[in-house]
Write a protein that binds this ligand. Structure first.
Ligand code: IPE
Ligand code: IPE
Ligand code: MG
Length: 280
């Protein structure tokens, strides 16, 4: 099914508003939290919450792809989550397996490229196999890059990078003086992803829970009280609309940001005029 064939009227309106702003985030990262509480408040099992959470994943992936967002990174399972009761961990792994099996064709048809970050070799073999298949199968797709953070933790990735760098220094492949921010980032598992522009966390918690610690340095943060199973495309539009209104200063002053924006508008106008002349 082609997702672009099924955009409802309201969606089209909201999506056009966002697109017309010209400020669409390139990379959105989401901490999908609150499945358990959503279920408990409804007298359901935590499993039911995780199951409903998958419906949110479906909707958010689809809406992101329709919007033309280039990167979506979903925190699905942290290294710390291994400490949960074994029965819950098993359910989560089974649901992940099911998701990869059932969704792969549709993701592929819609040009989605699947990636994964995290300590993947600690996942059950069956999950690893399906994950590898999904990554290989969609490797040449050019639409949305959907990165699943699985058995992931930010500190784990940073520490892993430091270890590899230390080895590379020992082997004479890198010298300590050459270690810049860019060089360091090239050792992280997120090396092929731009830094997230927008971080969304559901369920109202004001913490990072060990997600993308290096990469989120200048991301805009949007926290909603809604639990993940109730977070759907309208909520995504709300988060993006809020993001669009923000001023990203990266340490500079408001006046500097405004004048840079003006310059870049001028530049693009001049470029348009030059191109028009060239094409004559
Ligand atoms: C998020 O929901 C899913 C995972 C962390 C795997 P939770 O399971 O953390 O739900 P709460 O936070 O306990 O409500
Ligand atoms: C964060 O949620 C991890 C994921 C969403 C995968 P947690 O529920 O594990 O976070 P804490 O324990 O409340 O910080
Ligand atoms: Mg939680």
């Amino acid at each position: 099914m082609d997702w672009n064939d099924e955009i409802a009227k309201y969606d089209k309106f909201m999506q056009d508003e966002i697109l017309n702003s010209g400020k669409i985030p390139r990379h959105i990262a989401i901490i999908m939290d609150g499945n358990g509480r959503w279920a408990v408040e409804r007298n359901l099992s935590r499993t039911a919450g995780h199951r409903e959470g998958i419906e949110s994943v479906r909707d958010i992936v689809k809406a992101s792809s329709q919007l033309g967002i280039k990167y979506l990174t979903l925190y699905a399972f942290s290294i710390e989550n291994w400490k949960r009761p074994i029965t819950e961990v098993r359910v989560l792994m089974t649901l992940l397996e099911h998701f990869l099996k059932v969704e792969l064709d549709e993701l592929h048809q819609n040009n989605v490229r699947v990636k994964a970050i995290g300590k993947l070799n600690s996942l059950p073999k069956s999950v690893q196999k399906l994950l590898r298949k999904a990554i290989e199968f969609t490797a040449d797709n050019t639409g949305l890059t959907l990165t699943l953070a699985l058995s992931y933790s930010g500190r784990w990735d940073i520490l892993r990078a430091v270890q590899i760098i230390a080895f590379d220094v020992k082997r004479g492949k890198v010298s300590p003086e050459d270690l810049t921010s860019e060089k360091f980032a090239s050792y992280l598992q997120t090396k092929d992803l731009p830094e997230p522009d927008l971080l969304i966390r559901t369920s109202g918690e004001m913490r990072l829970s060990n997600f993308l610690l290096w990469e989120l340095a200048y991301s805009e943060i949007f926290v909603t009280k809604k639990y993940w199973p109730e977070f759907r495309r309208q909520d995504l539009y709300e988060a993006i609309s809020d993001y669009i209104k923000r001023e990203r200063r990266f340490g500079k002053t408001s006046a500097q940001v405004a004048s840079e924006e003006k310059e870049s508008i001028n530049d693009s106008y001049i470029q348009k005029v030059i191109n028009a002349f060239k094409s004559k």
